[in-house]
Design a protein around this ligand. Structure first.
Ligand SMILES: Nc1ncnc2c1ncn2[C@@H]1O[C@H](COP(=O)(O)OP(=O)(O)OP(=O)(O)O)[C@@H](O)[C@H]1O
Ligand SMILES: [Mg+2]
Length: 336
C-alpha cells in the first residue's frame, strides 16, 4: 500500500459501508467541507470536463472527497485532463501500468480536483460479494446494509477498482450490467431491488499490464474490457538505460540531494524497474520510493547505508533478493 493510501483518512474497504451507513442512521450532517484546492486546480483544466457545481451528491458522502493529495508529477502526458475527459464523455476509463507508476495517486488527485467522493476497492483482496453488494444483519430481514458498490451506485462519486484483473468471477459477473453507462443493478438478495446508476457515478479501473514480463498478471475479463472506452498507459519516467533528466531534477528539487547522488539513485531505480518488468524482482521502485532514499542521503547518510534502510528492504524480505538489489546499489554507488 502506498504512503498516500495510508496517510489519507479515508473510509475504506469493507468497513466503508458500515461507517457510511452509521452516518446515515445517526443523521450526522457533514457540511460541505471547505476544500482548498483552488490554487491547485487552476493548473489543471478539469472544470472544462467535470463541474462540481453540477454534481448532485448527498452531503454525507462529501467526506469521501480526498483532501491534501500531493500534486501529480506530469511529464507532459496530461493524464489529469485525459481522465477527466474520459469520465465526462464515457463515465469510465482504465489505467494500465506497472506498480508504483502513480495510478492510485492520480485517481485521488482527480477526485480531489473534481470534488468527487471516492470509493476504493482492491480487487486482489479477499473481499466478498456481501461486502461489495450488501447484506442483512441481525435477525430477520429488517436491517439491510448496502455494500460498497451499492453505495456508489446509489450515491455517486468515483468507484475505483484497483487490480481489476484480479477480480473474482462472481463479483465481475454482477458488476457488468452496472458498467453500462446508463446501467443499473439488481439486488437479488433484497427482493430484487433495482438501483439506477447515479447520474454522477463514475468508474476507474486500474491494473498491471498483462505480459509475459509480469508474472502473475492475467487479462481482464472480456465483458469488462468491452465496457471501457478509454485506456491510459502509465510507465516509469526512467527505466533501464532510458534515464529521464527530469526525474533527476525532481529528486534534487524534492530532497535537496546533490546532483551526482540524485543521478546515481535514478540509475539504480531504473535498473531495478527494468528487472521488475522482466520478472526478476518482485517490485520496482516508484518515484516516491526513490525520493525517500534521497531524503536520507540528503540528511547526511551514505548512499549505500540509506539504500539498506529504504530500497533494499523495500524490494523484498528475502535475503537472496535483497542481495541482488544490494549488488545493483553498490555497483552504481561506486560508479559515475
Ligand atoms: N507522477 C507522480 N507524481 C507524484 N507522485 C508519484 C507519481 N508516480 C508515483 N508517485 C508516488 O509513487 C508512489 C506509488 O504510486 P501509486 O501507489 O499511485 O502507484 P500505483 O501505480 O497505484 O501502483 P500499484 O500498481 O502497485 O497499485 C506513491 O507514493 C505516489 O505518490
Ligand atoms: Mg495502486
Amino acid at each position: 500500500m502506498s504512503n498516500l493510501e495510508e496517510v489519507s483518512h479515508r473510509v475504506k474497504e469493507t468497513n466503508a459501508s458500515k461507517v457510511v451507513n452509521e452516518n446515515f442512521n445517526l443523521n450526522i450532517t457533514i457540511s460541505k467541507l471547505k476544500r482548498n484546492t483552488h490554487a491547485l486546480s487552476k493548473n489543471y483544466d478539469v472544470k472544462k470536463y467535470l463541474d462540481s457545481n453540477k454534481f448532485t451528491f448527498s452531503p454525507e458522502i462529501s467526506e469521501l472527497i480526498p483532501k491534501d493529495t500531493p500534486p501529480y508529477i506530469d511529464n507532459g502526458e496530461m493524464y489529469v485532463e485525459r481522465i477527466a475527459r474520459a469520465m465526462a464523455f464515457f463515465k469510465q476509463c482504465a489505467l494500465i501500468g506497472p506498480s508504483g507508476t502513480g495510478k492510485t495517486h492520480i485517481v485521488y488527485f482527480v477526485a480531489e480536483l473534481a470534488g468527487l467522493p471516492l470509493w476504493e476497492i482492491n480487487c486482489g483482496l479477499q473481499t466478498s460479494v456481501f461486502d461489495l453488494f450488501g447484506r442483512y444483519v441481525g435477525l430477520g430481514k429488517e436491517n439491510w446494509i448496502d455494500g460498497l458498490i451499492t453505495l456508489w451506485c446509489r450515491h455517486g462519486g468515483i468507484l475505483y477498482l484497483d487490480e481489476a484483473n484480479m477480480m473474482k468471477q462472481d463479483i465481475a459477473t454482477r458488476l457488468n450490467p452496472i458498467l453500462d453507462q446508463r446501467g443499473h443493478m439488481v439486488l437479488t438478495e433484497k427482493d430484487n431491488e433495482i438501483i439506477q446508476r447515479h447520474n454522477d457515478a463514475f468508474l476507474i479501473i486500474s491494473m498491471n499490464p498483462v505480459s509475459s514480463e509480469f508474472a502473475g498478471t492475467k487479462p481482464i475479463n472480456a465483458a469488462m474490457r468491452r465496457r471501457m472506452s478509454v485506456w491510459l498507459n502509465f510507465d516509469y519516467m526512467s527505466v533501464g538505460n532510458k534515464i529521464d533528466e527530469k526525474e533527476i531534477d525532481l529528486l534534487e528539487k524534492k530532497t535537496g540531494i546533490d546532483r551526482k547522488n540524485a543521478e546515481r539513485i535514478i540509475r539504480i531505480g531504473a535498473e531495478l524497474r527494468e528487472r521488475y518488468k522482466r520478472g526478476e524482482l518482485p517490485y520496482g521502485p516508484s518515484i516516491g520510493d526513490l525520493i525517500n532514499w534521497a531524503k536520507l542521503v540528503s540528511d547526511g547518510t551514505a548512499l549505500k547505508s540509506a539504500g539498506e534502510e529504504t530500497i533494499i528492504a523495500l524490494t523484498s524480505d528475502d535475503p537472496e533478493i535483497q542481495e541482488i538489489v544490494r549488488k545493483i546499489v553498490h555497483k552504481n554507488a561506486d560508479s559515475l
